[in-house]
Design a protein around this ligand. Sequence first.
Ligand SMILES: [Zn+2]
Length: 217
Amino acid sequence: MISPLIQKVIDLFSKFPTVGPRTASRFVYYLIKMPQDKFNELINEMTNLKKMIKICAFCFNPYDLIELSENEALCPICRDKTRNRGLLCLVEKESDLISIEKTKKYKGIYFILGGAVSGLREEELEKIRVKELEERIKTPKTFGLSDADFKEIIIATNPTTEGDTTALYIERRLKSVQMPNNKEMPKITRLAKGLPTGGELEYADEETLSSAFEGRK
Ligand SMILES: [Zn+2]
């Protein structure tokens, strides 16, 4: 019989992305065997992570509070006045944003959808931040981006079946959005084909990713 305490922690780790019960139990036995000082360090860093990392009010990108003085609500990208606030790039997750930033070709701002959908069932659709996206496109000012005026929205989901389903769904949703003051809905574009199908943005090389941006339509 497995100890209820051990089982409890296994259940918690099992909820992590891509971690199943088997990997979760390896984590737990690893933790049990860990030297006390290493264990303390881990707990310490986890606490810091929760305390010092904030989620951007506009794009949902996590950022470090350490370098900041006050209660800044925006991440460094959204705060950067030199970035083009007429361009909004939609990505599935944080690591996709980092891959695009590495190309140094894109100078607009982002929005992190929080995942991709595999179908159009209600519980699937709830996995991504479409409602939040619509609100930010309509009134960016409410979310801290006072001078944003989007002219183009680039859908940069992964070149996978899920990524495509997500892109089509978002496109459809955005087309029915009523913009305030009779403003026009920004132009919606997608990355050019050429990224390896079934692959993910984070594994694409910088050159391929850069040209996918340049060839978007
Ligand atoms: Zn941000």
